[in-house]
Write a protein that binds this ligand. Structure first.
Ligand SMILES: [Zn+2]
Length: 454
C-alpha cells in the first residue's frame, strides 16, 4: 500500500492533470468554434468585413494551438516530472551547497532560503524565456501586433528580473523569519506583513515602478483633457494627473486604467486607445498603419466612464478586501499544515527536514490547488458581474452608444475574435464577450426608455 507521502504526491498529480485536461477540452471546444465560424455576427456586420473576420479567426486559432502545446508540455509533462523527481529539493540542496561556497551560513534558513528563492527565480525565468520569445516574436509578430525590437525586449526582461529579485528576496527573508519567531499565531503577523507590503506596492507602483518600464507623458491640453476632467468631477472622482503611456512600444493592444489607492488618483490612457496615438496628425513618429486607428473623444470618455464605474461602485476596494481575506485564509491553512511531515517527504525531502519556503510553496501551489481553482472560478464570475455593472454605470451617464462603439473598435483594433464557445468563455474570460456586452447595453438602454409604470 502507499504511505501518506505517496498518497499526497499522487493526489496532487491526479488533480493537476485533471485540471489541465479540463482546460485542454475547453480549448478544443473553442478551436471547433474557430473552425466552424464562417460569417461575421450580424451585430458586427456594419463594421467588420469578411477579411478582418478571417484575420481574427486565424489569430485566435494560432493562439489556441499554441496554448495547447504549452499546456501539454508545461502542465502535463514538465510539472509532473518536477514533482516526481523532487525538483524543488534539488534546488534546495544546491542552495545549501552554494551558501557554503560563498561564505553564507548553510545552517541559517533565512540565508539559504534567500538563495533558494533566487535560484528558483533564475530557473523559472529560463524556463519561461523560450515561450515569451516565441509568443512575442513569432506569434504576435505574424499577426502584426509585436512592436518590440530585440533590444527593447532584452532590456525589458532584465529590468523585470532585477526588480523581481529586489522585491522577492527580502520578502522571502522576512517571511521565514516571522514563521521562525512568530509563535503559535505567526500567521497573523505574516498576514499583517504581506498585507502592508502589498498595499505599499499598489501605492508606489504607478509612480515609481511603472515608469521604469514604459514612458508616460501628460495628456496634451485640449478638448479631450477638459472633457475627462469634467466627467471625473461630475462623478466626484478625485482626478489628479492624466497620463498617456506609450503602450504601443510593447504591443498594439489598447486600453485605459486608473491608479492610486488613497486620495488623488491618476488616469492612464494607452496611446493606442487614442486617435493617432493622441498626437497631432503630422507627428513624425506616426506610421501609416497608426493613422486613423483608435477611439474618438466621446468613445474614450465612454471607456473612462466605465472605468470610473469600477471606482464609484467600490469594485477596486472590494477586490482588495477579497485578496486580503484570501491571503489570511492561505496563511491560516499554511500554519495548520506546515508541520505535517509527509508533505515534505512527498516531494523527496528526507524525513524530518521541513524548510519553511518549500512547505509554503507545496501547500499553496499543490495542496490548496483545488481551493485555488474554486476561488479563481468564483472571482471570474464576480469580475464579469463587475464589468456589466460598470457598463451600466457608463450607460446611466449617457454613454451607452459610445461605449458600444468603443468596445467594437477596441475589439477590431485588437483583432479579437467575436464568437466564443460558452463553456470556454465561462471558464477563461474575466470580461463578458463584446457581443454579450453590446447585447446587455441594448437591453438596459431599452429598459430605461420604457415608461416607469412597467
Ligand atoms: Zn472593466
Amino acid at each position: 500500500m502507499w504511505d501518506a507521502s505517496e498518497k499526497t504526491l499522487y493526489s496532487v498529480i491526479v488533480f493537476l492533470v485533471l485540471e489541465t485536461l479540463l482546460e485542454l477540452y475547453l480549448t478544443m471546444r473553442q478551436i471547433r468554434v474557430y473552425k466552424q465560424s464562417k460569417t461575421v455576427p450580424k451585430e458586427l456586420q456594419h463594421v467588420m468585413n469578411n477579411e478582418k473576420f478571417e484575420k481574427a479567426r486565424l489569430y485566435g486559432l494560432d493562439k489556441a494551438y499554441y496554448s495547447i502545446f504549452k499546456m501539454v508540455l508545461c502542465d502535463i509533462l514538465i510539472l509532473q516530472l518536477e514533482l516526481v523527481y523532487g525538483f524543488m529539493v534539488l534546488v534546495w540542496a544546491r542552495s545549501v551547497e552554494i551558501s557554503t561556497t560563498i561564505g553564507l551560513n548553510p545552517k541559517s534558513e533565512v540565508q539559504v532560503g534567500c538563495l533558494f528563492a533566487l535560484l528558483l527565480n533564475v530557473v523559472g525565468m529560463l524556463k519561461d524565456m523560450p515561450f515569451k520569445i516565441y509568443n512575442t516574436f513569432v506569434l504576435e509578430e505574424k499577426h502584426g501586433f509585436n512592436k518590440q525590437t530585440a533590444g527593447f525586449f532584452v532590456k525589458d526582461q532584465i529590468k523585470a528580473f532585477v526588480l523581481g529579485q529586489i522585491l522577492t528576496i527580502p520578502i522571502a527573508a522576512v517571511f521565514i523569519y516571522i514563521v521562525q519567531i512568530g509563535g503559535q499565531y505567526f500567521f497573523v503577523w505574516l498576514w499583517v506583513f504581506v498585507a502592508a507590503v502589498s498595499l505599499l506596492l499598489i501605492t508606489i507602483y504607478p509612480v515609481y515602478i511603472a515608469p521604469i518600464f514604459d514612458k508616460f507623458r501628460p495628456l496634451e491640453e485640449g478638448e479631450l483633457k477638459q472633457s475627462i476632467h469634467d466627467l471625473a468631477s461630475s462623478v466626484k472622482f478625485p482626478l489628479g494627473q492624466l497620463f498617456v503611456v506609450e503602450g504601443s512600444k510593447r504591443s498594439a493592444h489598447s486600453n485605459a486604467y486608473f491608479t492610486g489607492l488613497f486620495g488623488v488618483k491618476r488616469i492612464v490612457l494607452f496611446d493606442t486607445l487614442l486617435v493617432n496615438k493622441g498626437l497631432p496628425e503630422d507627428d513624425p513618429s506616426l506610421t501609416e498603419s497608426d493613422k486613423g486607428k483608435g477611439c474618438k473623444n466621446e468613445e474614450v470618455l465612454a471607456v473612462l466612464a466605465h472605468e470610473l464605474g469600477h471606482w464609484k461602485l467600490g469594485h477596486v476596494a472590494k477586490n482588495i478586501v477579497i485578496v486580503q481575506v484570501q491571503l489570511f485564509l492561505i496563511f491560516l491553512a499554511f500554519s495548520q499544515l506546515f508541520t505535517y511531515g509527509p508533505l515534505y517527504e512527498a516531494i523527496g525531502l528526507p524525513a524530518g527536514e521541513k524548510p519553511i519556503l518549500i512547505g509554503f510553496m507545496v501547500i499553496v501551489m499543490y495542496v490548496l490547488a483545488p481551493y485555488n481553482t474554486l476561488i479563481t472560478c468564483i472571482m471570474t464570475v464576480l469580475s464579469r458581474r463587475f464589468e456589466y455593472q460598470a457598463d451600466a454605470f457608463a450607460q446611466q451617464l449617457g454613454y451607452a452608444k459610445d461605449l458600444g462603439n468603443a468596445l467594437i473598435k477596441l475589439q477590431l483594433d485588437n483583432l479579437g475574435f467575436p464568437v466564443y464557445d460558452w463553456m470556454y468563455s465561462s471558464w477563461n474570460h474575466s470580461h463578458p464577450t463584446v457581443l454579450q456586452r453590446l447585447d446587455r447595453l441594448k437591453t438596459i438602454s431599452q429598459g430605461k426608455d420604457k415608461p416607469k409604470s412597467q
